[in-house]
Design a protein around this ligand. Structure first.
Ligand code: AMP
Length: 311
């Protein structure tokens, strides 16, 4: 549904940018009192079509759409690209507004982490594998994500939060956080948006030289080859991984990880059975890229399974 510029719910359609939590709450209070639904799209900015697909979904489903822009220091490890992460708030504001966002929330770090801030939210289990493996970014990464998302949910108190399948592990961590802490928000996970040649959109793609970008296409190719292998009847994890691996090898990519795990709870799998997550991470030049695909035997869902399927 296209946004209706005359709707009373679009009072904030000028897409004001707010910095403070008190201001955000005060601005949202009339909508909340009127029983209007609030959708939140949490981002780190440097918006691309992937983010904007979430904004559009929120616009279709909710009466008020809030987009947060916050490069969260707590989810970067030492030596990562916190200092150089692309930032262009004016551009982001224009893009979000064009998709019908009502409010931008772009707090400075001290608003999110004031002096004396000393609490962390940690989702067990799911946070210690793949991107959270202690030998890689470590659990701290998802603790940083869970903490800031928990705070953003408390700040904006959305009815629905929109996340991308592109960050499948993050979506699972946040879904578990919501379930375990009884947070009154519904999580909607939206499909990965790709460039026409298959590269998953990422703010970090801007780090890639043309040659590196060409090599990066092997990530999606590897996922596709694995999918084809499963479609051809192979279900052994080792064989499916070997097929994907050979595609990475041919592009000279040594992945940080390439793993098959249960799409509901990230437990290891020996066979592709039900919804299985094939996830890959690799450094290409200065960019650390991730991508994933759900492999299913027979007709199955394309995304991570709905809540409740992970026990
Ligand atoms: P980020 O700004 O990278 O923290 O991402 C903010 C949100 O956008 C997260 O929920 C991501 O999963 C989602 N997102 C990032 N890239 C894509 C993409 N290519 N397709 C769909 N969603 C995405």
């Amino acid at each position: 549904m296209a946004p209706n510029p005359d709707s009373p719910t679009t009072h904030a359609r000028a897409a004001k940018t707010l910095r403070g939590v008190a201001e955000l709450r005060a601005t949202l209070a009339p909508a909340r009192r009127a029983g209007q639904s609030i959708g939140l799209v949490p981002t780190m900015g440097a918006l691309h079509e992937g983010h904007l697909s979430l904004v559009r979904r929120a616009r279709e489903q909710c009466e008020v759409v809030v987009v947060s822009l916050f490069v969260n220091p707590a989810q970067f490890s030492t030596g990562e690209d916190l200092g150089t992460y692309p930032r262009d708030e004016a551009r982001d504001a224009g893009l979000a507004r064009a998709q019908g966002a009502d409010l931008l929330f772009a707090p400075p770090p001290e608003e999110v982490y004031p002096d004396g801030f000393d609490t962390a939210v940690s989702v067990g289990g799911l946070n210690g594998v793949l991107c959270g493996d202690p030998g890689r970014r470590g659990r701290e990464h998802f603790d940083g994500v869970a903490t800031v998302v928990c705070k953003l949910f408390n700040m904006a108190q959305p009815d629905v939060a929109y996340l991308g399948q592109k960050d499948a592990q993050q979506a699972l961590v946040i879904r578990r956080l919501v379930r375990d802490l009884n947070l009154p928000v519904r999580i909607e996970v939206c499909p990965t948006v790709r460039d026409p040649d298959g590269l998953a959109l990422s703010s970090r793609n801007s780090y890639l030289s043309p040659l590196e970008r060409e090599r990066a296409l092997a990530l999606n190719r590897a996922l596709a080859v694995a999918d084809d292998t499963v479609a051809a009847g192979e279900d052994e994890a080792a064989a499916v991984l070997a097929a994907a691996r050979s595609e990475l090898d041919s592009a000279g990519i040594e992945p940080e990880y390439l793993e098959l795990r249960s799409a509901g709870d990230l437990s290891p799998v020996e066979r592709v059975n039900g919804s299985t997550l094939l996830a890959v991470a690799a450094r290409i030049g200065r960019a650390r890229l991730i991508d994933n695909r759900i492999l299913t035997r027979g007709a199955g869902p394309a995304g991570i399974p709905p809540e409740g399927d992970d026990e």
